[in-house]
Ligand binder design. Structure first.
Ligand code: PEP
Ligand code: MN
Length: 271
């Protein structure tokens, strides 16, 4: 791998801790939950209150959806961001939401506590440069065809613009396997840890695309050293406009959240 001037371990001996409200990402266990997309005020506010009650410490929800088909639900845009703001007020949870266009970054910052760069935009260099100039942390998802070196160089684009608050997120890569939506590459977690000081989260929802596989992959991710999880949770999955097959209900998320804390304790006791 080429030298990572800012993200590499020799440039910063201490691990990056990204502060979001009271949460210290890289130190505290991060449990992000919420729907794939913001669909209505009722949906996001209700889901936010429910996931907060069962252990989430951040809310997710897309207002801009990068969909495969142009005819699929594209997100509510500004209206979705306003609903996210209401959900934040109602639950007290900070919000992570995706930005897909460099022209939107400055005003999306008014609503987001963390800006998400989705897998499809990992190498959108003008978008990376723009979020690198923003004063909000960035959650950088791994591209579905990207190597570790490509991914870390994308983080470097953000760091090089002056934004030190980058959080990585493994969400599965494309392989020949079709049973799962993607192949969740858990070996990337220790590989990330031995090449950069940045924190890493894991998304077992997009990583597997199957409800039954989310909990075991979440547990394995924590055991492998992930700093947290991002999981799709919906208050009424049957009605979800996006990714309904992988959406958990808050009660299912609660089981994962409780176990995640226990696994994290076990791993700490072992180290
Ligand atoms: C998402 O988290 O909403 C999303 C679209 O995920 P990904 O970019 O990993 O496909
Ligand atoms: Mn989704």
């Amino acid at each position: 791998m080429n030298k990572l001037k800012l993200g590499g371990l020799d440039s910063n001996k201490t691990r990056t801790i990204v502060k979001v409200g009271d949460l210290e990402i890289g130190k505290d266990l991060v449990l992000i939950a919420g729907p794939c997309s913001v669909e209505s005020e009722e949906q996001i506010v209700d889901t936010a209150i429910k996931v907060k009650a069962v252990g989430a410490n951040m809310l997710r929800g897309g207002a801009f959806k990068p969909r495969t088909s142009p005819y699929d639900f594209q997100g509510l845009g500004l209206k979705g961001l306003k609903y996210l703001e209401k959900a934040k007020q109602a639950s007290g949870l900070p919000v992570v939401t995706e930005v897909i266009d460099p022209r939107d970054v400055s005003w999306v910052c008014e609503y987001a506590d963390v800006l998400q760069i989705g897998a499809r935009n990992m190498q959108n260099f003008s978008l990376l440069k723009e979020v690198g100039k923003a004063n909000k942390p960035v959650l950088l998802k791994r591209g579905m065809y990207s190597t570790l070196a490509e991914w870390l160089n994308c983080a470097e684009y953000i760091l090089a613009e002056g934004n030190p608050n980058v959080i990585l997120c493994e969400r599965g890569i494309r392989t020949f396997e079709t049973y799962t939506r993607n192949t969740l590459d858990l070996s990337i977690i220790p590989a990330v840890k031995e090449n950069t000081h940045l924190p890493i989260l894991v998304d077992p929802s997009h990583g597997t695309g199957r409800k039954s596989l989310i909990a075991p992959m979440a547990y394995a991710a924590i055991a492998a050293g992930a700093d947290g999880l991002i999981i799709e949770v919906h208050n009424n999955p049957c009605e979800a406009l996006c990714d309904k097959d992988q959406a958990l209900i808050p009660e299912e998320f609660e089981v994962i959240a409780k176990a995640a804390y226990k696994i994290r304790e076990c791993m700490r006791a072992l180290s």
